[in-house]
Design a protein around this ligand. Structure first.
Ligand SMILES: *Cc1c(COP(=O)(O)O)cnc(C)c1O
Length: 434
């Protein structure tokens, strides 16, 4: 099984090369050459298999023979070390909670899976360490730091904008030590992102370092997110409620929802996908007008989705062979302003007792919008972060105090360690000097 670049101007590569490279040399995203549905009998009997067996069945063709079966099963076991419960909210509506991992954000699964794959690929080349370089506006950095902590042969360098991430997020990035270094940048997220992009194109660095990325453009971070959708389906099937499932996914870079659509391509019975966004509405606009117009991102209270040019959307288009009519049959996208998100947070709390986070609330709104005039089947919105990660907004909007979970408390008490840089030369110096 090979991957090709969606810019069509790079050699085909194996899963291993795709993971190590991140992005193809022509700057395109890697996409699997073949997608084979999993056996129908297997899907029909999904509830009789363990989550690990289901995950293995879903991912094995994408890994090919680059990782032996036993090793891959071990990686899956370590990746699925926490639950993704489907929680009933109101009649026919469920929240799929993806925040029970070590950093309480759904990116934990992808980060852990990728870290272990990279650790395996690099085990024979200890002399040639891989450096994972990642820019974060908050959640990605913590998940990557935690996922890669202690993985041999892999160094992780995280760039984050000084004073622009929450205290909890900053602690999650800066307190782990070992193979994780946090670079605190005088600037905004876009500055961090630009520095990372420049580094990937820098010939001197290419000589000195083996650099890769750890955002959802990397196939090893993107594909394991399929597990969520299989797990939700299995849980609902066990309750006899798996007919006509609609998934609403709070979306920023559209990696998570794209993984759900890949699961559907493999044969998972899903009726429809809703990509719910905040006012960064490039995709809802595209569906309305047929014109894709990337824009600078605007800040919102669901800031992990403040993305104006979602990188994974090209993969979604490829999944439907670039046919917008076909896309609209399976996929809708709606955008919501912060005011509506806060109203949804309040509604959910007052009428169901559920404390959502702003991202989950956007997901809930998308589900409501989609099923406004049709009420059949089951709606599942993905709750991508624990409300404690957006403490200010949630507590102010609801007038409640959110209890701090143990994972977070442990981190808050640790000491921050970061290296300050102000421009690209600072990053380069750091990378070459290490
Ligand atoms: C990253 C993130 C998202 C968006 O996921 P994409 O795969 O980029 O669409 C949504 N919610 C939270 C909490 C996130 O951290």
């Amino acid at each position: 099984m090979n991957y090709f670049s969606l810019n069509n101007n790079s050699p085909k590569v194996t899963f291993k090369e795709a993971v190590i490279r991140g992005l193809a040399p022509d700057r395109g995203l890697y996409f699997p050459e073949n997608i084979t549905p999993i056996p129908r009998e297997f899907v029909k009997n999904l509830e009789n298999y363990s989550d690990e067996e289901v995950a293995f069945e879903a991912i094995k063709q994408f890994v090919g023979d680059t990782i032996p079966k036993k090793t891959l099963q071990g990686i899956i076991k370590e990746t699925l070390c926490f639950d993704f419960p489907v929680v009933p909210i109101e009649d026919g509506v469920f929240a799929l909670e993806l925040f029970h991992g070590p950093t309480m954000a759904f990116k934990d699964v992808g980060a852990r899976f990728m870290a272990r794959c990279l650790g395996y690929f690099n085990k024979d080349q200890k002399d040639q360490e891989v450096t994972v370089l990642v820019a974060t506006s908050g959640d990605t950095g913590g998940a990557v730091a935690s996922g890669f902590l202690g993985v041999e042969g892999v160094d992780v360098v995280i760039l984050y904008p000084s004073r622009k991430v929450s205290d909890i997020q900053e602690k999650q990035l800066t307190t782990l030590g070992q193979n994780i270094t946090a670079l605190e940048v005088d600037g905004v997220f876009d500055d961090c992102q630009d520095m990372v992009k420049t580094a990937f194109l820098d010939a001197d660095l290419k000589q000195a370092k083996n650099l890769t990325s750890a955002n959802s453009i990397n196939v090893a971070r993107w594909l394991p997110q399929m597990f969520y959708f299989f797990s939700a389906y299995k849980q609902l099937k066990l309750q006899g409620k798996a007919e006509n499932i609609v998934f609403s996914v709070p979306s920023g870079n559209f990696g998570n929802i794209c993984a759900g659509m890949m699961a559907h391509k493999l044969g998972l019975p899903v009726k429809h996908f809703v990509a719910s966004t905040n006012i960064n509405d490039t995709i809802p606009e595209y569906l309305k007008t047929g014109i894709y117009q990337a824009r600078p991102s605007k800040p919102t209270i669901s800031n992990a989705m403040d993305v104006g040019d979602p990188s994974n959307f090209v993969r979604i288009q490829k999944l439907v062979n670039n046919d917008i009519t076909k896309l609209k049959n399976l996929f809708s996208s709606y955008s919501f302003a912060d005011k509506e998100t806060k109203r949804a947070l309040r509604y959910l709390y007052k009428s169901t007792g559920y404390i959502a986070d702003p991202h989950g609330a956007v997901g809930y709104l998308g589900l409501r919008e989609y099923s406004k005039d049709k009420r059949d089947g089951m709606g599942v919105f993905l709750e991508t972060a624990h409300p404690v990660k957006f403490l200010d907004v949630v507590e102010k909007t609801l007038g409640v105090t959110v209890a701090i979970p143990e994972q977070i408390q442990t981190v808050i008490d640790k000491e921050k360690k970061s290296i300050r840089i102000s421009d690209y030369s600072g990053l380069k110096q750091f990378l070459i000097g290490n």
